[in-house]
Design a protein around this ligand. Structure first.
Ligand code: AMP
Length: 398
């Protein structure tokens, strides 16, 4: 029997959704309600065949946004069949140390998500608002929270502990949590399936390279290291985030640059990374500028590739034995040049890319290393909505 799950990702003034059919995993419809609370809001609704329908009108809150979304389903299809709708899955950025897996949402779960707002002030409060709206509109349906951090709740203390004053760190919840976990978990399971081997037998590195970027080391299906930390700012060079930086830079920006904490936050999170180095956070634009000989774009590409290479080497050391490296997300799935640059000169680790396989374009999972490469390198499209839908269906099933 086919069922449907509505997947929701709510932001402070937006609500993204996808209606997923299971077990096929087909996206029947998807869309975005944005500018919620502003003078004129906008809902863009795309049905499976690609047709897109846009309405612009004031949207006072997330509940009204969901009502408009429902009217889009009624008007343009597909039919949101309440009989077939099995549950609602919500993406939640921060589950702290508490949430190690997806959970059915109750009042006490909601209260915990709200309490975790101190760790994710931009995201968790928005999720709570979105979840409350969905509870109001679908009171009879099981609703599930799927946390971005949960897959990394398995990190060992040596990997998640910052070498800070232990008491200060404990009092303030300062430790590494990791993010993009739903994608890393989904992709690592796909790798085992594509290769036809047992997940438990694989030591994997997964490189999620989108506008946000993160790396993970996964032993036998269990995450043992990841590049994002207490917040998604740590690690790889990203679209607008700096990734790793000497914390002394923060003091220098404050003492010598005269920047406030909020200004430094905005600088490191929103005006750094590829945008800061090359003036654009879109990887396609960066590649275009690099091809035109733009020195800032060329340097940004090299800095990003160098950082990736460092992480791959470090994670090979953490794992001891490395079986697979997998690229995923917008840049990882589509840009052969960064894959090649990131893995160049790593023959010493048994990594040999096949240039033709790497250059070939496809939307399917595929191997891009040579048959002789000791480490198998893959490209596997991520699908966080499908992963959230599957987790929701599992819990809704009871
Ligand atoms: P994501 O956050 O996974 O949606 O990825 C967004 C990033 O992927 C942006 O930097 C895009 O420029 C990049 N991207 C998407 N499609 C392509 C493509 N065909 N070639 C290169 N980069 C792409």
């Amino acid at each position: 029997m086919t069922t449907q799950i509505l997947v929701i990702n709510s932001g402070s003034s937006s609500l993204k959704y996808q209606l997923v059919e299971l077990p096929s995993g087909r996206a029947l419809a998807s869309g975005l309600a944005e500018r919620i609370g502003e003078a004129v809001g906008r809902v863009s609704h795309a049905v499976g065949d690609g047709a897109r329908h846009v309405v612009e009108q004031p949207i006072v809150d997330h509940a009204e946004a969901l009502h408009i979304v429902l009217s889009q389903f009624a008007e343009h299809g597909p039919t949101l069949d309440v009989e077939a709708l099995q549950g609602v899955g919500h993406r939640v950025v921060h589950g702290g140390a508490e949430f190690r897996e997806p959970v059915l949402i109750t009042e006490s779960v909601l209260a915990q998500i709200e309490e975790l707002s101190v760790l994710a002030p931009l995201h968790n409060p928005a999720h709570v608002v979105g979840i409350r709206a969905a509870l109001q509109i679908f009171p009879g349906l099981p609703q599930v929270a799927v946390f971005d951090t949960a897959f990394f709740a398995s990190l060992p203390p040596a990997a998640y502990t910052y070498a800070l004053d232990a008491e200060v760190a404990r009092d303030l919840g300062i430790r590494r949590y990791g993010f993009h976990g739903t994608s890393h978990a989904y992709v690592s399971r796909q790798v085992a399936e594509v290769l036809g081997v047992d997940l438990a037998d694989l030591n994997q590195v997964v490189l999620h390279l989108g506008n946000g970027c993160s790396a993970s080391a996964i032993r036998g299906g269990v995450a043992v290291e990841t590049s994002m930390g207490m917040t998604p700012l740590e690690g790889l060079v990203m679209g607008t985030r700096s990734g790793d930086i000497d914390p002394g830079v923060v003091f220098h920006l404050a003492r010598v640059g005269g920047l406030s904490i909020d200004e430094i936050d905005a600088l490191l999170n929103r005006r750094s990374g590829l945008l800061g180095l090359a003036g654009d956070n879109d990887f396609r634009a960066l590649m275009g500028a690099r091809a035109q000989g733009d020195p800032g774009a060329a340097l940004a590409f090299e800095v990003a590739a160098h950082r990736l290479r460092k992480y791959v080497g470090a994670y090979a050391a953490v794992l001891g034995r490395l079986d697979t490296i997998t690229f995923t997300a917008g840049v990882g799935e589509n840009n052969a040049a960064i894959r090649e640059a990131a893995l160049s000169r790593l023959e010493c680790l048994g990594i040999e890319l096949d240039p033709d396989a790497n250059a070939a374009r496809s939307s399917e999972p595929r191997v891009i290393s040579t048959p002789d490469s000791r480490v198998t390198v893959l490209v596997v499209p991520t699908n966080e909505e499908l992963a959230i839908a599957q987790a929701t269906a599992e819990l809704a099933d009871g």
